[in-house]
Design a protein around this ligand. Structure first.
Ligand code: PMH
Length: 396
């Protein structure tokens, strides 16, 4: 158990009401018999896997997915009973753990099944989802031979259950739909191959956030489950998609800190490593306790933060645990600094941060390090805090 208190005043607020809203909105837009799977890998895209998982399940999701077996196990051990799918291949010797904890695995090749069989000592069955590479080029079967080898290897042990099959789209968030349609066509063909082998599974899924937002009622793109990731956290899958969102996405993460040190420097003073900033005038400088080791990357050096509803420029290089910014005048130590989110009438979104780093919003939220405590809000009230640096025992 991680601690609930923290001693450095830097934290990420996670608005679980926003997640709940994004899940309910999506659930009401997809056909009733299409299941909603909440993707909570990478600690829920940085938002906190357990809290997001619980919120999603309470609001219409019935499945969860993660990338690592470790992430699945952590959820199980924390009391999550819903089906969990691990989306990446895991070493075959861990099949026993998967069987024991009812964690569904992704399979891509017959060789994996063979090796898993050799290691399989558990009595329980294990659910498998066949990954199909329709053009993402990451994992999955690519042709009919691979499909039939895989299915026949699986059939050699009745404890293997083919529960699902899926693919992942490489370009669903882009305006040009040609490659998406090509991938979709290949997936339909692969579903037919598996059906011809008499192994059509109960759960067939291919839609990510972008697919599901674009075609919320178009069954052919959804089969009977969709995998909801980035939009569940309130972020658009791509800048192109912002104009075609079927409902307002509510952003769940904001990032905050407080000034720990405020001083007036004389004209000509240097600030930070490399002495890259020289004050052009006498000016007020504030120090903020978050740095690149927190995922507040050095690439943010020429951007602003929000203090008292105003944009204040970061000056000098970002250090490992702190950075400095220019203040319009003196502010008391302890004044709130917003790095992502609203402060007064101003807002800096994860999308703006992504643009500043020439990356995507996914990377911005995932990169906020676990040493930044997450503070969870539900029904407008703080319900939990997680600080994995300290254990619960350290608090007593
Ligand atoms: N399914 C799979 C297999 C995924 O890898 C992802 C996201 C999702 C669903 C959810 O997609 P969404 O967040 O766009 O809704 N995976 C990744 C990735 O590997 N890199 O960026 C996103």
């Amino acid at each position: 158990m991680t601690a609930t208190s923290f001693y450095r005043e830097t934290w990420a607020d996670i608005d679980l009401d926003a997640v709940a809203n994004n899940v309910r909105n999506m659930k009401t837009r997809i056909p009733e018999d299409v299941a909603l799977l909440a993707v909570v890998k990478a600690n829920g895209y940085g938002h906190g896997a357990l809290q997001v998982a619980r919120t999603a399940l309470d609001n219409g999701a019935s499945w969860l997915a993660v990338a690592l077996f470790d992430e699945a196990l952590a959820l199980r051990k924390q009391g999550i009973e819903a089906p969990i799918l691990v989306l990446s291949p895991i070493p075959p010797q861990h099949v026993n753990h998967a069987a024991k904890y009812h964690i569904a695995l992704t399979v891509s090749d017959g060789e994996w099944v063979k090796r898993a069989r050799e290691n399989y000592t558990a009595e329980q069955s294990v659910s498998l989802h066949i990954s199909c590479d329709t053009g993402m080029g990451r994992i999955g079967i690519r042709n009919k031979d691979e499909a039939s080898t895989l299915v026949s290897e699986i059939r050699r042990d009745p404890r293997f259950v083919i529960e699902g099959m899926f693919t992942h789209f490489a370009t669903a968030d882009q305006d040009d739909e040609a490659y998406f349609n090509e991938q979709y066509g290949r997936f339909e063909m692969m579903v037919d191959w598996i059906q011809e082998l008499g192994a059509r599974p109960a759960v067939i899924h291919c839609g990510n956030s972008a697919t599901t937002l674009k075609y919320p009622a178009e069954r052919r793109h959804l089969f009977n489950m969709v995998r909801y990731g980035i939009a569940m956290y309130g972020l658009s899958p791509s800048p192109e998609m912002v104009k075609q969102l079927p409902f307002v996405l509510k952003r769940a993460m904001s990032l905050h800190s407080r000034l720990t040190y405020v001083k007036q420097v004389e004209k000509g003073s240097f600030i930070g490593y490399g002495a890259t900033y020289q004050a052009p005038d006498d000016e007020w400088i504030g120090t903020v306790p978050i740095g690149y080791a927190d995922g507040w990357l050095r690439g943010f050096h020429d951007t602003d933060v929000l203090i008292d509803g105003q944009r204040c420029p970061i000056v000098g290089r970002i250090c490992m645990d702190q950075f400095m910014c220019r203040l319009p005048h003196a502010y008391p130590e302890g004044t709130e600094v917003t790095l992502i989110g609203k402060n007064g009438a101003e807002e800096i979104t994860a999308d703006e941060r992504a643009q500043q780093l020439q990356t995507i919003n996914y990377e911005v939220t995932c990169t906020i390090h676990p040493r930044v405590p997450r503070v969870y809000w539900k029904n407008g009230k703080k319900i939990a805090t997680s600080n994995p640096i300290l254990t619960a025992a350290d608090e007593t």
